[in-house]
Design a binder for this molecule. Structure first.
Ligand SMILES: [Zn+2]
Length: 335
């Protein structure tokens, strides 16, 4: 039975348990024999020295990052048992292999590795990297599988509901587009896209919403349980990239005979493993072409009369600006 008193209690309880009130704030840092621990309520992370040592300055930067993260994100890491935050000279991947990244997450080792280069950067950059790495953890955690199974599953099948709106290779369904990403790095694969999307959801959600409303909703509901970030966790200056379309920067030849081979250099083409399509036109006439990468195509000049034949490349993202080209009279054509 509903009574005003009970209604008030429910309202109070909902206020307390509301996603907006989920704890975030300063954790407690405690020195240990192998580094530090950072705790906040039931959350507990071990900052361990490994190939390098956590200095006071490094720890301060990491702590300011952790303090600005909500319980709901960090709980994914607790659930997946990713609780070791290693301080390395160079971040270590699986089997101890070094990586050029400034930090890396190894889900089945229960660890995130942070390298020297990261701590030469600002506290805000460290914070962004911390969100990004916990974003990786979240992608595995939401499978609710044991870490290594989750790792294989995400690698093989992606994340249903996310990978199909992310960059995906010819093997998977996906956007087949250079747009809908918060950063160029997010275009690497659906795992980096996931981590980058988590980062933007938390630090500047308007930007994620701008580039991909679908990703915004997915990350909000599946990773953050509808929690939105407080102003103290936001970096309004962090902007996502703008829309792009194919760009031709250079042609291998500016003039050539019909049927000759012309290299097209530029950006935002569809590479061989990307799926999707490229179309090349000379003076509006479709040309045979061969994609090599996202930056290189080879094309054969179509059979056209001599004269100007501007070249364009079209993909799902649109049509490039024309690049000047002239069809020459073939040397063997004497009539
Ligand atoms: Zn990453």
């Amino acid at each position: 039975m509903f009574t005003p008193f009970r209604g008030a209690l429910v309202a109070l309880a909902c206020f307390v348990c509301s996603p907006q009130s989920s704890a975030q704030g300063a954790g407690v840092l405690t020195p240990t024999a192998s580094g530090y621990t950072w705790t906040r309520g039931a959350l507990r992370f071990e900052l361990r020295n490994r190939h390098a040592t956590w200095s006071t300055a490094d720890v301060a930067k990491l702590q300011s990052g952790l303090d600005r993260l909500p319980d709901v994100l960090l709980q994914h890491a607790m659930q997946t048992k990713v609780v070791k935050l290693y301080r390395d000279d160079v971040p270590r991947k699986r089997l101890g292999l070094k990586t050029k990244a400034s930090a890396t997450t190894v889900i089945d080792a229960g660890a995130i590795s942070f390298g020297d280069v990261l701590f030469t950067r600002s506290a805000d950059t460290v914070y962004r990297t911390v969100v990004h790495e916990f974003g990786h953890v979240a992608q595995y955690a939401i499978t609710r599988k044991p870490p290594f199974v989750a790792f294989l599953e995400v690698l093989a099948r992606g994340t249903p509901g996310f990978s199909d709106i992310s960059w995906s290779s010819i093997l998977f369904n996906g956007l087949r587009s250079h747009n809908g990403f918060v950063s160029d790095y997010a275009r690497t694969n659906d795992r980096e896209d996931f981590a980058e999307s988590v980062e933007f959801y938390w630090i500047n959600p308007v930007e994620l919403l701008r580039v991909s409303p679908q990703k915004y909703l997915f990350i909000r509901d599946r990773v953050f349980n509808a929690l939105s970030s407080p102003p103290s966790s936001r970096l309004p200056g962090a902007l996502a990239i703008g829309p792009v379309k194919p760009v031709i920067s250079q042609l291998g030849d500016s003039a050539d005979d019909p049927l000759s081979l012309v290299k097209i250099s530029g950006e935002y083409f569809m590479g061989i493993k990307d799926g999707g399509f490229n179309r090349v036109h000379y003076r509006g006439k479709r040309a045979l072409h061969l994609p090599i990468s996202r930056k290189t195509l080879y094309s054969w000049v179509p059979w056209l009369s001599r004269g100007a034949a501007p070249v364009t490349v079209t993909t799902q993202d649109g049509i490039s600006a024309p690049q000047a080209f002239t069809v020459k009279k073939p040397w063997w054509k004497f009539w």
